[in-house]
Write a protein that binds this ligand. Structure first.
Ligand SMILES: [Zn+2]
Length: 485
């Protein structure tokens, strides 16, 4: 949980209180009329000042509540404690500037917004009234576990937080990056709900770095988020074997986007637009091309789709511990054909379906321990053994997509340590996954090729705009500067 607290809004109020407290008791030199007129002027000025202070305070608190994450400790220090104020009447006190604080809560599994409000000690009548206003605007059943809800509390400015729990002032949440829903308190059990668009801006960034240790580190140094790096690795995994092929001095060049909100905060990770890996002098370069069905596909310079029927390595970060071919079995002791590849990886490492297909067998299978076998197109099958566990909801006949997590690495069955035993079969004959030359999934027609050529020119332009001209910086992560405002 994270607590946000904002600075008390009004030095104006304090000033106002002083002027109210220090008002002269009488004017001995004026006439009765003059005294009355002066009194009225003061009253009006007082009211004007109070209302202005209230409006300013209110405006500032709402803006601040949305924009700032102030330092809690500082806010406490600078909060000027003020005793109860006998001068302000009850109605005016109700209009007094409020200080607000918000706290972030997270929806759990099977949780509801109503339950969350109850846990946050929001009084039932208030919570019901707030939810009633929200209902026509947003169906709360669409909220997912992990959703952050910010609950606001408020109390009169100048009053010490310790003596005040504050009253429930509403809540807000961001159901999708483009939208914010705000429920605000108007009065006792009275709320107002609004939906606000968050205009997001895509900015382009260039990660351009030499690989010192791993693609992962080079990409992270270029500012890419971990999730995007995983996508990048998956993209190259059809052509490059990360355990075997990557060399120090290989070069990575990635154009990617990231989405920002109005306050210049990252609202959402973006996409890989273009990625090139120069591996031992050979350059692999891929361009993203949005497809008619809304998906993204990546193509090489010749218009061949990057995605192949099967991935070369169905597990990230693993070390190849045993090759395909004749070998002495480490437990059984005699020599026989090792029908697949072994990848040593820590227990719990995710295993991906190597290609789109249907699960043909799932369960415990003799020495293989926990085992999955998937049928793909063109007579191919893949098998995964010694798994620690299976992804939930998978059963015989389930359809899986390439790259989908089907389970995790373990050491079930006959295994000396945690590893994935991975097999590829072609019409029931084991083949070496390393020597697979399965065809790309699709090639572009002439029209799409022309589109790709256009796209390449556009992207080249962007990359040029982002790249610095100083080549001596090539070994350092390049500055990732926004391309457009
Ligand atoms: Zn094996």
């Amino acid at each position: 949980m994270e607590s946000e607290r904002e600075l008390p809004t009004s030095p104006e109020l304090a000033q106002n209180e002083e002027s109210l407290g220090a008002r002269p008791s009488a004017n001995f030199y004026g006439s009765v009329e003059e005294r009355l007129a002066a009194q009225q002027r003061r009253k009006r000025a007082r009211l004007r000042f109070t209302i202005t202070a209230f409006l300013m305070g209110g405006l500032v608190s709402w803006m601040a509540a949305d924009m700032l994450v102030p330092d809690v400790a500082k806010a406490n220090l600078s909060a000027k404690p003020a005793p109860s104020n006998p001068v302000l009447s009850q109605p005016l006190l109700a209009l007094a500037p409020m200080q607000r604080a918000s706290q972030s809560h997270t929806l759990g599994n099977g949780d509801t917004l109503a339950a969350l409000l109850t846990r946050a000690k929001v009084e039932a009548g208030e919570a019901d009234a707030a939810l009633d206003q929200l209902r026509p605007l947003y169906d709360v059943r669409r909220l997912k576990p992990g959703q952050t809800i910010r609950i606001h509390r408020e109390w009169p400015a100048g009053q010490a937080k310790q003596t005040h729990d504050g009253r429930f002032a509403g809540f807000d949440f961001i159901p999708v990056p483009e939208q914010k829903i705000i429920v605000r308190r108007l009065g006792h059990q009275s709320f107002h709900a609004i939906k606000r668009d968050r205009p997001l801006t895509d900015r382009h960034f260039l990660a351009d770095s030499l690989i010192n240790s791993s693609v992962y580190e080079a990409a992270r140094a270029g500012g890419m988020s971990p999730n995007l790096v995983v996508e990048l690795i998956r993209l190259f995994s059809f052509a490059v074997d990360f355990q075997r092929d990557i060399r120090e001095g290989d070069q990575l060049e990635v154009l990617y986007t990231r989405r920002f909100d109005e306050n210049n905060q990252v609202a959402q990770e973006g996409d890989l637009i273009f990625a090139a890996l120069t591996n031992r002098g050979k350059r692999y370069a891929y361009w993203r091309m949005p497809q008619a069905d809304g998906s993204d596909a990546y193509f090489d310079a010749n218009g061949q789709s990057v995605q192949r029927l099967l991935m070369k390595t169905p597990v990230d970060g693993a070390r190849l511990s045993s090759r395909f071919g004749m070998r002495r079995h480490p437990i059984l002791g005699y020599t026989r054909l090792h029908r697949g590849l072994d990848f040593a990886a820590p227990k719990g490492t995710p295993i991906y379906a190597a290609g789109d297909g249907t699960i043909q067998r799932i369960g415990t299978y003799g020495n293989n321990g926990k085992y999955i076998r998937i049928q793909h197109r063109n007579g191919y099958e893949t098998a995964y053994a010694h798994m620690n566990g299976f992804a939930r909801h998978l059963k015989k006949g389930s359809r899986v997509k390439q790259g989908q997590v089907i389970g995790t690495v373990g050491r079930t069955g006959l295994a000396t340590g945690p590893h994935l035993h991975y097999e590829v079969l072609h019409y029931n004959k084991p083949v070496n996954p390393r020597e697979l030359n399965v065809p790309p999934q699709r090639n572009l027609n002439a029209e799409a090729l022309a589109e790709l050529a256009e796209l390449k020119a556009e992207i080249a332009e962007k990359v040029r705009g982002l790249a610095t001209s100083d080549n001596s910086l090539r070994s350092l992560p390049r500055r990732s500067s926004p391309l457009s405002p």
